[in-house]
Design a protein around this ligand. Sequence first.
Ligand code: GCO
Ligand code: MG
Length: 416
Amino acid sequence: MLIIIYIFHQYTSETREIPLMKITDIQIVVTCPGRNYVLVKVVTDQPGLYGWGDATLNGRELAVASALRDHIAPLLIGRDAGRIEDTWQSIFRGTYWRGGPVLMTALAGIDLALWDIKGKQAGLPVYALLGGPTRAGALAYRHCDGRDAAEIADNIRAAHALGYTVFRAQVDVPGEAQFPDTTWIDSTTYYQPFEDAPYLRAIPRLFEALRHELGETPEILHDVHERLTPIQAARLAHDLEPYRPFFLEDPIRPEHKESLNIVRQHSTTPLAMGELFNHRWECLPLITQQLIDYVRVDIAHIGGISEARKIAAIAEAYHVKMAFHGPPDVAPITHAANVHTDMAIPNFGVQESSIFPEEVADVFRGTPTFADGLLRVSDAPGLGTDVNEAAAARYPFQPGGYLPTLRRPDGSVQDW
Ligand code: GCO
Ligand code: MG
């Protein structure tokens, strides 16, 4: 009997050592320090203990802000901030409506804030909570896009001088195919041209010229941005083989995922995909059928770190690596979450890095830093990021941050 009482006492006293942290408030901050960002502050009843998450979905910012403010936050007030997985499940499954970019970005905002809180409570950086570092930092790639091969080669040389060893190369085919990428277009009716045949000729020529200029060592990748049909993508992957691309990204549209079989059958060029996916089930066929080599999901659009580490674990079993999306259209908080996850998982591949608008430094602290080819986060507790709310208020939301639409020469819509 005494033993039973002793065990009971041990159990209850041990569980009581983790103080409950009730969520008392959830604030949504929409700010535009050069780009629109939707930020989530989860406040607890513990003095000074709060966490910041990023819930930015560019071009749809206010839809996510409303999902959080009007529909999700009211469900969370009074709950224990320490129950990250339970909160994730209760938002994803418990509220019935699930998936899609708006809801999964909203969920990511909460998830990142709760990991930030967990780390602050433990006095540990998030990568330590995820199992501790498996590497010194995250191998980063840099965008070196340009108007022609000569300009791209110069950009690669300049980035190499900064310490980068992996580079992304996009080129315009004047008048026929443009890669505006994250250019912020303040219009809903701004169209750019895309013609597939000149594009399919231009990219192998670009790689040939880059290898001629730079030799075989620079690791160079290219983002197709979902523009090709499967057989066209197969042709491109095949034509690029002699130039050994690091990977070919998003070669086809994201809907019919098994189409990647066609690309795979024709080439050994490594494939990467996933920035338009919203959860692990979208990655599943590509991972389990080994149709890709890198998963490119965006931590801010898949429900956060909780989902990212599960995808990484599934991918690890199939020799697939992680290459989290890291564009400037998600806030530095997500970039920090990327690097914390990269630091901890065994199957990290490469991390996309970004140059933020200057004003971003006024609002955010703790953006990952780059040195010697690697992105790093500090060992400050949590995600190590913070938001200057007064500065954020000085940069109000700017409507109209839409991406351009691509059109074929006959006027029909083309995947952007
Ligand atoms: C990338 C991407 C982005 C997207 C952008 C869309 O690989 O970095 O393709 O640049 O175009 O995130 O908003
Ligand atoms: Mg991309």
